[in-house]
Design a protein around this ligand. Structure first.
Ligand SMILES: Nc1nc2c(ncn2[C@@H]2O[C@H](COP(=O)(O)OP(=O)(O)O)[C@@H](O)[C@H]2O)c(=O)[nH]1
Ligand SMILES: [Mg+2]
Length: 243
């Protein structure tokens, strides 16, 4: 896919403030500093579109960017920043969880994991929460330039092993590096497939988006979103976990 236009669209503190649901969306989530904004810039082909910061916890809003006037990339606040008060942390996380569970035009979530680290409890818990909530996602291991190849492979294998303990079907796994500019083509291909599936689904059933929103707010396991590239990876039990 060629990206001919990439523009900042809107910032929103929560789902209720998110603008129209007319375009398919792709959201980036992961720990603070994992490289969400950097990857968004690489995918959009526009450096500086999303603000990259060395200070963890910089993005506290849902930031939306429109690509080719037809689909959106969404930069979500990171989880796990240390210097934000506990109460604020819960509030941000709640807003993000609400967006992830109830945004009807959310096609696919890119869950970012730092490839230079062994499996982290917070990432494992978050991925389990995504699966429990039937939110379609793929895993993207970031910063592959930071560690040597065998360490990256070992960390990915260890993470896959941990989630295979409860996951029915392993999610798709990608790698990227904003420094080496690696991973863009593969992620754009996934987006391409998911957009086609989204349009096929909404054409077949124009009310689908509304119905899905309603269903998933009542029962997170009932979400029917994300046909195509991403699929959900539920365990068949309803989550009580908060992250
Ligand atoms: N070595 C390396 N550093 C990266 C990469 N991606 C991001 N960073 C750095 O990691 C820090 C956090 O990046 P940012 O994109 O703001 O992360 P976010 O908090 O998840 O949005 C910044 O200092 C980036 O320059 C990468 O692929 N490789
Ligand atoms: Mg960021």
């Amino acid at each position: 896919m060629n990206i001919s236009s990439a523009t900042f669209f809107r910032s929103a503190p929560d789902l209720d403030s998110c603008p129209d649901e007319s375009l398919p969306e792709f959201a980036f989530i992961g720990r603070s500093n994992v490289g969400k904004s950097s990857l968004l810039n690489i995918i959009s082909g526009k450096q500086g579109l999303a603000r990259v910061s060395a200070t963890p916890g910089f993005t506290k809003l849902i930031n939306m960017f429109t690509m080719n006037k037809t689909w959106r990339l969404v930069d979500l606040p990171g989880y796990g920043w240390a210097h934000v008060a506990r109460q604020d942390k819960a509030k941000f996380n709640q807003a993000v969880a609400h967006y992830l569970r109830n945004r009807p035009n959310l096609c696919l979530v890119f869950a970012l994991i730092d490839s230079s680290l062994p499996p982290q409890k917070m990432d494992l818990e978050f991925v389990e929460w995504l699966a429990d909530s039937s939110i379609p996602f793929v895993l993207v291991f970031t910063k592959t330039d930071k560690a040597n190849r065998s360490t990256v492979q070992a960390n990915i294998a260890a993470f896959s092993q941990r989630i295979s303990e409860w996951c029915e079907k392993l999610p798709e796994i990608f790698t990227c590096s904003a420094v080496a500019k690696h991973g863009r083509k593969e992620l754009l291909a996934v987006i391409d497939v998911a957009i086609a599936a989204y349009h096929a689904e909404t054409e077949a059933n124009p009310d689908q988006a509304q119905q899905t929103a309603k269903r998933s707010s009542q029962d997170p396991k009932a979400s029917g979103r994300g046909a195509g590239a991403g699929s959900s990876h539920g365990k068949g039990t309803k989550s009580t976990r908060a992250w």
